[in-house]
Design a protein around this ligand. Structure first.
Ligand code: 6R9
Length: 646
């Protein structure tokens, strides 16, 4: 065999980084052996109104199920992200904002300016009657006001629920209603890749289906035309004129909610994942510091949208808590051309770039030219998140983008975990393309078999986390039982991630992907059940089954099998109509890549759809369909194979 595919820690990183291999082992060991003192010490990373004296207090057992961290502590997340940096670093740049249009000027905000913007935004919210504990839905493009709105909520103790601007009015309405939110913050329009997105018009449509909604606060972003509804809609700039640029930060209990973020699960409607103030913020700050070895002054660019957890933790909360300079980009990595992302790196002297494998695969398609045409010498570290990274993309990222000089930080985590859980530290961990490597301090991963037996040494199975960590979600909004049922009953006493994983002989973890009915499309989670229920809502559809299929850019694509009502005829026109229908019901990311009309679906005699077979057909792996003898009507399989959509 050739050289093992191992990329040892570069000596200069081992020498310079805050954590080296020996101190990582010590840190992780102590975090598990003596969690109480370890976490109280880590808590010093934050600025507390009242410093906590208790660390974790939790049990994953049904009888005594509870999760609390630093429960006696008091703090404010926005004050941690802004005010505490004012004394010494008020003129340091907090946020650099790069607009969609390359010709337009970038903007930047120092910590002092950020303070004024956030205070003003907070006072606007107060003037509209928003109080501690109220839910505020944020449906904004990637403009600076999105950061101000999030931090303004945190400042006054309102619970923000950011909804990705790509979601449809229907999806938005569901998320407004679920958490009974009375206020939506939106913009006239969003911009991405030169296109306009009619955000305010979407809110108007959502409002019709969301009776809890009372007020729509509209930020003027593009100047595009909108209809304002008297008594409900308010221009931000009109109210902002009269408010003060100072607003005290509300002292919050560490366990007071900070935000809700909706994410797809394997069943039912999206879940409102709830994170609380102290534990989440500490997790975001600690993991940002350790995994990216952040040093103040470095420009950190997480190229996600704040509508996803990655944006929450690594555009806003983690970097700002650490006094970082964080870059926020409005547009797409490959617009107007394939080198835009690298031009932004050069323009703002980006030190760390953190993006998703799907973006890398899309960029790789244009070859090395657009990368080589740029300098990139400011880059020191590269990160990835969202899905397993294929070794080809890893090597391209490392060799071409980073010129072989930048460690790749592959971070495995979830909306539920608040921040990175398994990830290399640049000064401590030898890298292997495709492996997220080692657990962060405090993380106790285990690999279990189907029966819950803990496997030791090199093994493959399902990934669970055996103990609580501060960044863990606390509940599903409005449905605590669903929280317990979803995550703690498959393997009693442990948090079940929904992911499969392999651990090699060096103790490195390799995430193999979801083992439940969640599809990972371009790093975004989509529940098969959600797409199915959108399809069956169409008047011509009787039944639908949705599975993932391999997709060379998106990682996974959506493959839908649709059975029509009797008398309906499937054809190209209806196929397009149904794809558009799903797009409208949920959003563009849910659009099926392939849609096959199926007179019947493979079901067991008890009526369960055999997804295993549908997955194989979607993958084109029709030679190994396995045992089909338990099917009620084995003949349907032949038809499905014959009419497979390539
Ligand atoms: C942060 C985020 C979570 C799911 C997760 C897993 C997949 C995320 C990964 C990864 C392999 C990585 N995932 N990071 N798989 N390697 N580095 O993406 O949160 O949107 O909730 O998705 O994404 O399957 O369970 P979220």
């Amino acid at each position: 065999m050739a050289q093992p595919d191992l990329y040892p820690v570069p000596p200069e990183w081992a020498a310079r980084a805050k954590v080296d291999a020996a101190s990582y082992a010590q840190l992780h060991g102590r975090s598990l052996a003596d969690p109480g003192s370890f976490w109280l010490e880590q808590a010093r990373r934050l600025d507390w109104v009242k410093r906590p004296e208790i660390a974790g207090d939790w049990s994953f057992d049904e009888k005594d199920f509870h999760i609390q961290w630093f429960a006696d502590g008091k703090l404010n997340a926005a004050a941690n992200c802004i005010d505490r940096h004012l004394k010494e670093r008020s003129d340091a740049v907090a946020i650099i904002w790069e607009p969609d249009e390359p010709g337009e000027e970038a903007r930047s905000f120092t910590y002092r300016e950020l303070h004024a913007e956030v205070c003003r935004f907070a006072n606007v919210l107060k003037a509209l009657g928003v109080a501690k504990g109220d839910r505020v839905t944020i449906y904004l493009p990637m403009i600076p006001e999105a950061a101000f709105a999030v931090l303004a909520c945190a400042r006054i103790g309102a619970i923000h629920s950011v909804v990705f601007g790509g979601f449809s009015p229907e999806a938005l309405a569901g998320r407004i209603e679920d958490c009974d939110s009375k206020l939506v913050i939106t913009a006239d329009e969003g911009r991405r890749g030169g296109k306009r997105i009619a955000l305010k018009a979407n809110v108007d449509e959502a409002a019709a289906r969301a009776p809890s909604l009372e007020t729509v606060l509209v930020v003027r972003a593009t100047g595009g035309e909108v209809t304002m509804s008297e008594g409900r809609d308010i221009w931000f700039d009109a109210v902002a004129q009269g408010v003060a640029a100072d607003c005290p930060a509300e002292p919050m209990g560490a366990e007071d909610p900070l935000f809700i973020l909706y994410t797809s699960g394997s069943t039912g409607k999206p879940k409102g994942v709830l994170h609380t103030t102290g534990g989440y913020l500490l997790w975001a700050a600690m993991t940002h510091d350790l995994a990216f070895d952040y040093v103040q002054g470095d420009v950190f660019w997480c190229a996600a949208d704040i509508g996803w957890v990655t944006g929450h933790s690594y555009i806003l909360y983690g970097p700002l808590a650490n006094g970082a300079t964080t870059l926020m980009y409005e547009g797409l990595p490959n617009w107007p051309d394939a080198s835009r992302i690298w031009q932004i790196v050069d323009k703002h002297k980006v030190h760390t770039l953190f993006t998703a494998p799907t973006a890398l695969r899309a960029l790789m398609k244009d070859g090395d030219g657009p990368v080589r045409a740029t300098d990139r010498s400011s880059l020191k570290l590269l990160g990835t998140v969202g899905e397993p990274i294929n070794p080809e993309a890893w090597r391209w990222y490392h060799g071409v983008v980073g010129e072989g000089l930048c460690p790749i930080i592959d971070t495995w985590w979830q909306t539920e975990t608040g921040g990175a859980m398994i990830a290399p530290l640049p000064g401590a961990t030898d890298l292997k393309p495709g492996s997220a490597t080692k657990p962060m301090p405090g993380v106790d991963p285990q690999i279990v078999d189907a029966e819950g037996q803990v496997l030791s040494g090199a093994a493959e199975g399902n990934l669970v986390i055996a103990r609580s960590w501060p960044g863990q979600m606390r509940t599903v909004w409005g449905d605590h039982d669903r929280f317990f049922q979803t995550y703690f009953t498959t393997y009693p006493g442990k948090y079940f991630t929904g992911d499969g994983a392999r651990r090699d002989g060096d103790g490195d973890y390799w995430i193999t992907g979801r083992v439940d009915d969640v599809i990972n499309v371009s790093g975004h989670r989509m529940g098969t059940a959600e797409v199915e229920s959108a399809l069956v809502a169409h008047p011509k559809v009787a039944e639908a089954a949705v599975v993932g299929m391999p997709h060379d850019v998106k990682g996974q694509g959506i493959y839908a099998y649709v059975t029509l009502n009797a008398g309906e005829e499937g054809g190209e026109a209806l196929r397009d109509e149904l794809r558009q229908w799903v797009r409208k019901e949920i959003g563009p990311i849910a659009t099926p890549d392939a849609l096959q009309f199926a007179p019947g679906l493979p079901k067991t005699r008890s009526g369960k759809i055999m997804r295993r077979i549908l997955r194989k057909i979607a993958e084109g792996d029709v030679g190994s369909l396995g045992d089909t003898s338990t099917l009620a009507e084995p003949a349907v399989v032949g038809d499905l194979v014959a009419n497979r959509v390539a």
